[in-house]
Ligand binder design. Structure first.
Ligand code: FES
Length: 148
């Protein structure tokens, strides 16, 4: 194999790998949904975390919740059936929108990172993410936006 063919083959392999990673992240692990805003509370269904794998219900680690009235999305992590974290996806360094990678949120602007509870794990940000109280009510999650 000559040098040109080698470089071309590596480039195609890299693109395929990146596309597959993006596809897997979007379909299996995460989900972007629209929440319902009532007064200052945002509601999502608990079933939004469910996914079926080989006829077995499994749970996504997180969902990203959007609503037209919100300037940034909220990432809701499911720690277990009763414990959730709702995190405002705005970097506390200079305000860029964060991206989610499994259990961490990362800022594309200057590299700050936060864990799934909103705590800073990588600077330059030095303040934790804004987070909101989450209450399980029947088959819904109530995210209280005014209380913080
Ligand atoms: S705005 Fe996020 S690290 Fe600077």
């Amino acid at each position: 194999m000559n040098r040109k063919t080698f470089i071309k083959t590596c480039g195609i392999a890299c693109l395929g790998s990146a596309a597959m990673t993006t596809f897997l992240q979007s379909c299996g692990i995460s989900k972007t949904i629209n929440g319902t805003l009532k007064n200052s509370d945002l509601f999502i269904a608990l079933s939004d975390f469910e996914t079926k794998v080989a006829n077995e219900i499994q749970f996504k680690k997180y969902v990203i919740v959007n609503n037209d009235a919100l300037k940034f999305p909220i990432c809701v992590y499911r720690h277990d059936a009763k414990n959730y974290s709702a995190l405002w996806m705005q970097c506390t360094h200079q305000g860029a929108e964060l991206q989610v990678y499994g259990d961490k949120l990362q800022c594309p602007a200057h590299g700050s990172a936060f864990n799934n509870k909103g705590e800073v794990t990588n600077s330059p940000a030095n303040k934790n993410l804004r987070s909101f109280p989450v209450t399980v009510i029947n088959n819904q999650l109530q995210i209280s936006l005014k209380a913080v």
